[in-house]
Design a protein around this ligand. Sequence first.
Ligand code: KDG
Ligand code: MG
Length: 401
Amino acid sequence: MKILSASVIVTSPGRNFVTLKIVTDEGVYGIGDATLNGRELAVASYLKDHVIPCLIGRDPHRIEDIWQYLYKGAYWRRGPVTMSAIAAVDTALWDIKAKVAGLPLYQLLGGASRSGVMVYAHANGRDVAETVDRVGEYIEKGYKAIRAQSGVPGLSGVYGVAKGKFYEPATRGLPEESVWSTEAYLDFAPKLFEAIRVKHGPGPHLLHDVHHRLTPIEAARLGKSLEPYRLFWMEDPTPAENQDCFRLIRQHTVTPIAVGEVFNSIWDCKDLITNQLIDFVRASVVHAGGITHLRRIADLAALYQVRTGCHGATDLSPVCMGAALHFGLWVPNFGVQEHMAHCPETDAVFPHAYRFEDGYMHPGEVPGHGVDIDEELAATYPYNPAYLPVARLADGTLWNW
Ligand code: KDG
Ligand code: MG
């Protein structure tokens, strides 16, 4: 079997997605997600101009060799653009291998370790009352784990809270700017989780995304103040570049920590995992080098009782979601999978076999990863440039968004 051709499909059914399609000489094809929110065309070009020419004629079954070839062979290792491109190739090749085997992808990884993949939903409200209600709506839908984000009094816009009905961080045109106040947020956050526990009791797993906004000592204070509400995790409490910072947070709080949605390789995760400075690793199929590399990260994490909590916002396409669910059904040290539902236009462009039932998702039994792309429909949604916002302090200082 040989790789006959490969193409990059850029489409915007509600938001932008980049998809790689690899076609073999036997007619079997596979697809992989290559979406890097706000920097989509960089990955599309990396694939078209630099990766695809190296794939033609190769045996698609040699997934590991092709991964090593693209990683080591480029000389310039790692980085979100490179690793998203490698991920797309890797996901498409696993899709092909599983289709040829006539098996759902999770069977090739080692089979199911559980009957379903626990997912967490996003409950977003403009204030405490609305957020408490949204949490209730997700409990009614059967979700066992719910992330809660709320507008903060005194701040006009915060991460995770919708201006309209649905939350979507990227906006058309140039980056939006919002003003951030750590003081307002730190005073407010414990009140939000107290209200949620008072209304909904101890049952649901509660998660919260700090989205890199705090310094280490502020993150320590937040974690400590949230302890009475027993969070499943506090995510990205501080940027994870200087990872020694996490020691300071750990000295002060037992609130579990999840980090890694912006990570693209095992080297980003290594010190946090081996020093047991985090509890969940958020690396994803699309941004961390595909199934082949994510499996390596998860295996390292397992040695330190760190569990997976893969990123799954709407900018990770249904192709990534499908692959993530196969991965999550298999991976022994599974924690939870993020689930932020795509809009109907996105779902129509990417027909998929995965399904939601009572708080759990299942990737389905279709051979491959079970997600396809309707190229004709995709072509009716041309690329529409969009950016993630930036945050500033009240005096104009650029902050971490
Ligand atoms: O593209 C950036 C988003 O995926 C990110 O802001 C979402 O933090 C996020 C999350 O936890 O889903
Ligand atoms: Mg996040």
